[in-house]
Design a protein around this ligand. Structure first.
Ligand SMILES: Cc1ncc(COP(=O)(O)O)c(C=O)c1O
Length: 409
């Protein structure tokens, strides 16, 4: 029998049987498997990757599960020997390859060892005063020296960016670099393009560069209309940062790029790179990526379909506030009577071998009440909804028609 939420009742029974680990402390002390999982959880919570070596379902990292296709792995495997034995190409050729992929001039492109490398260069060496809305991807703030970064608090519960207030704050603190991540991490909320264009104008008046981080833009409704990449030549104070890890599902290869028509800014960022900053495997990916344009689009459509169903199913958990996602992950607020985010994450890991991110490490009010959950395959998402409902509402998700009139924050 298939329930309206798309969760089969047999799934629910299976999860109920699987989830036999008691929650009491006495049992924690006497159950060696539980203690081992707890240790593993504590260890993972301090890591930033390498998860594949451990057995759990990763709803924490934000990959596209449906890309790259098998053909790419076959190609790279056949070139393994050469890729290991030879020096890779340097920045000029890397920029040409990214330029071909995104249809942009190579002189406007700087290719990084992940976007993280470019973020580090700008936050720690280029910006004199950096302003960042928070909560957001922590690395922009973490990579900046103390005293050089200003955090602009997004108002809860909407977490929407008011670009006029943000521009005024940038002027007050005399920021020379401002950052906007859209869709934002962890909220999964998009900033409308019209707002960003207005922000660019206001920041230009105070000679402030705007970094727009579009790492999750491919998961929005209409990426081609939403991105500012095609408008890059119009704004001399714009730099677009994009991690290729998420959308292209290649976190281990480490590729990200910056696109800007501001030559002085791109020159400064390039100066921060080492000569061979990407390895041969990353080079091979960029060389072959244009062959897979169609597969890439199809894979993003599939990610979005899973994510939309996941959103609807999460909305059936009583008391959970679920933010309508624009990226491939979902931001939720726990009800007051539920355990905290860190407790929920820990319990899901120990009982169900599912790893999610809580937001206790983010800068935001009530940070221990929020979760960020990556969407995976439809089956994995269903399993998570059932397990989460048990912890949050101590009941199964309501087997009722979808509720579409839920407030969109
Ligand atoms: C918004 C955002 N930008 C950039 C990055 C860094 O990506 P990478 O260094 O893997 O390219 C991340 C990683 O989570 C992110 O969330």
């Amino acid at each position: 029998m298939v329930a309206e939420v798309g969760v089969e009742l047999s799934d629910i029974e299976a999860i109920q049987q699987f989830s036999t680990t008691p929650r009491g402390n006495e049992v924690i002390m006497t159950n060696p498997e539980f203690a081992a999982r707890e240790q593993q959880y504590e260890m993972l919570a301090t890591q930033h990757g390498g998860y594949w070596q451990h057995e759990f379902i990763d709803h924490a990292y934000l990959y596209n599960l449906y890309f790259p296709p098998q053909r790419f792995f076959d190609q790279i495997t056949s070139q393994l020997r050469e890729l290991v034995l030879n020096y890779p190409v340097a920045q000029g050729v890397l920029a040409e390859m990214v330029g071909e992929l995104i249809d942009q001039l190579p002189e406007r492109i700087v290719v990084g060892n992940g976007a993280a490398e470019l973020i580090k260069i700008v936050s720690s060496h280029i910006a004199n005063t950096l302003i960042v809305p928070v909560p957001s991807f922590n690395e922009y703030v973490n990579a900046a020296p103390a005293g050089k970064v200003v955090e602009f608090n997004l108002d809860a519960p909407s977490f929407h960016l008011d670009v006029d207030k943000f521009a005024a704050a940038a002027a007050r603190c005399q920021a020379d670099v401002a950052v906007v991540v859209t869709p934002n991490n962890p909220t999964s909320l998009l900033v409308p393009k019209a707002d960003l264009v207005r922000l660019l104008g206001k920041l230009a008046e105070i000679d402030c560069m705007l970094i727009i981080d579009e790492s999750f833009i491919d998961f929005t409704e209409e990426p081609e209309q939403t991105t500012l990449e095609s408008d890059i030549a119009q704004y001399s104070n714009l730099a677009i940062f994009k991690s290729m890890s998420k959308a292209y599902g290649i976190c281990g290869l480490r590729i990200g790029y910056m696109l800007s028509a501001n030559t002085a800014f791109t020159d400064k960022v390039r100066q921060g790179l080492s000569i061979w900053n990407l390895n041969g495997f990353a080079e091979a990916f960029l060389r072959h990526a244009p062959e897979y344009r169609d597969e890439f689009k199809v894979s993003c459509t599939k990610v979005k379909a899973d994510r939309d169903l996941f959103y609807q199913d999460l909305c059936t958990i009583k008391g959970l506030s679920v933010y309508k996602p624009d990226a491939n992950f979902i931001f939720c607020r726990l009800p007051a009577n539920a355990p905290t985010g860190p407790e929920v994450a820990r319990q899901l890991f120990i009982d169900q071998h599912i790893y999610i991110k809580h937001c206790a490490g983010k800068t935001m009010p009530d940070r221990s009440r929020y979760l960020r959950i990556a969407s995976r395959s439809a089956d994995e998402n269903k399993r998570l909804v059932i397990a989460l409902a048990k912890i949050v509402a101590v009941e199964m998700p309501e087997i009722v028609p979808h509720v579409f009139d839920r407030k969109r924050f």
